[in-house]
Design a protein. Structure first.
Length: 493
């Protein structure tokens, strides 16, 4: 264990580090790669929080924005900086990931920040691990982070993990050739060079049907944690050669075309620019294009640990090496439900995230996220059904240029049980709609669906205006959703 883990400071190491520590023996026995990690326990940050006024601001119930600002502007002591730069020196020459580890953080919520460093001289000049640690620490004070912890019943406090990035150097050969042709002097030796795994993702070692299940993206797993990627099930289709193309979501929202492969191109660490980028490099898959070997390791891991696991993983295609970045014991992922319809469904969907049957005692139809009463409704109601137009989560380039969309933040609606998005003509999504909320819907058991059919006319008599932006519908709804079947219905009961 000491070979792979170093803990600095007192206090909690957080769920992410704790689960990885407990499973280290099984991860190694299942054939996954292991590498050393350093954990800055929660107590390591207590002097920083005290010295920079964060603790007193918390005691005075400062708003999340103020707390984030205090962390960003805070400074580590000379001794703390020396220790953090010593960690960078230990891993010199290897890109690093600086990640959160808090309660409930062993599954991919996407709620806390991760920072990737090239660990070269330039990244040290920009602040290196001290600056990265502050970014991760500050993310614990966001509005959505507070809402997530309240939903899940988790306490405060965060540890930070520092670990080498699992991957290899790859080159964008076309870009390098272009630079050489256009510039008189030789290009920077790092120009066009990137670091990442070939492909990665999140997954479950077992679903309720007994099969392993993964979501795959090219490069780093950052996009998979946010809800992007191709879903593959063990045994049914483990080929990668055909999936690195636009998905159904791309065709639906038209920000990509049939000839582009942007969806699975994936984020990688740009070694020259010292930031994440999405270069024109595609995953290097095994010669036969399959990942059955990965499912084999996943099944062995489950047998060793005695129960199904949620994992975040990264892989190198040609050598068939893989690493576990995150692990958590879970119940098998639900992927099947019967649809016992008691009457006519008022909403049908062919695009579903989450698998469950839930009952909602009322609904709110939000026309404009600018409503001043939406947050109050959310505080006073639990387990409701949310209906909203796609423009409120539209994250595409055109929407951003127009200054619209991305207004329906998780902390404003976190007490719902199910959400239905109504497609809008002027909405442009550059990712699946549920991915707007990262992994928060999945990790808190909420359902998200995009309506393919919707009829609310019969509910007018039961509706009243909360304000000009929101309509409350007084009725009882049953929501049935199956992510595996990509089918969802909403009925009045």
């Amino acid at each position: 264990m000491r070979k792979y883990w170093s803990v600095i400071g007192p206090g909690s190491v957080g769920a992410k580090a704790e689960e990885l520590m407990k499973a280290t023996w099984a991860i190694r026995s299942a054939g996954f790669r292991l590498y050393p990690r350093v954990v800055l326990a929660s107590g390591f940050f207590h002097p920083f929080m005290e010295r920079n006024g964060v603790n007193s601001a918390i005691a005075n119930r400062a708003c999340p924005d103020e707390l984030e600002d205090l962390v960003y502007k805070g400074s580590f002591s000379a001794g703390e900086k020396e220790l953090l730069f010593g960690i960078a020196k230990r891993f010199e020459g290897t890109p690093l990931a600086v990640r959160s580890s808090a309660q409930g953080d062993s599954r991919g919520t996407g709620i806390y920040e991760s920072v990737f460093l090239t660990n070269a001289a330039k990244s040290m000049e920009k602040g290196g691990i001290p600056a990265a640690a502050k970014i991760v620490l500050a993310s614990a004070f966001s509005h959505d982070a507070y809402a997530f912890r309240r939903d899940a019943g988790f306490g405060e406090g965060m540890a930070v993990m520092v670990e080498p990035v699992f991957g290899r150097v790859v080159e964008d050969e076309q870009y390098i050739r272009f630079i050489r042709e256009c510039e008189d002097s030789p290009p920077d030796k790092l120009a066009g060079k990137y670091f990442s795994p070939d492909y990665s993702g999140v997954g479950y070692t077992s679903t309720s049907s007994g099969m392993g299940h993964v979501t795959v993206v090219g490069g780093l797993p950052t996009m998979a944690v946010r809800g992007l990627g191709a879903m593959l099930e063990e045994g049914s289709n483990t080929a990668l050669t055909d999936i690195f193309y636009p998905s159904y979501h791309d065709l639906m929202y038209l920000e990509f075309t049939q000839t582009e492969k942007n969806w699975f191109r994936g984020e990688r660490i740009d070694l020259e620019m010292e930031r994440l980028a999405v270069p024109d490099i595609y995953p290097d898959v095994p010669p036969e294009g399959g990942i059955g070997w990965l499912f084999g390791k996943m099944k062995k891991l489950e047998r060793l640990l005695g129960k199904p696991q949620y994992i975040e993983w990264a892989a190198l295609g040609r050598t068939r090496e893989a690493a576990i970045l995150q692990i958590s014991p879970v119940a098998p992922k639900k992927d099947f439900f019967e649809f016992p319809e008691s009457g006519d469904a008022i909403i049908r969907s062919k695009q579903v995230t989450g698998t469950n049957i839930v009952t909602c005692n009322r609904a709110i139809w939000v026309h404009d996220a600018g409503s001043g009463k939406l947050e109050q409704f959310n505080k006073e109601n639990e387990g409701y059904l949310l209906i909203y137009p796609a423009i409120l989560t539209s994250g595409g380039f055109e929407a951003r240029m127009a200054g619209i969309g991305t207004e329906l933040a998780y902390h404003r609606i976190n007490n719902l049980s199910a959400a239905v998005e109504i497609p809008s003509r002027n909405a442009v999504h550059d990712k699946p709609p549920a991915a707007h909320f990262g992994g928060l819907f999945d990790s808190t058991g909420k359902i998200h669906m995009v309506s393919s059919e919707i009829s609310l006319d019969s509910l007018k008599e039961n509706s009243w205006e909360l304000d000009e932006c929101c309509t409350v519908i007084e009725a009882k709804f049953r929501v049935t959703a199956s992510e595996a079947r990509q089918r969802g219905i909403v009925e009045i009961i």
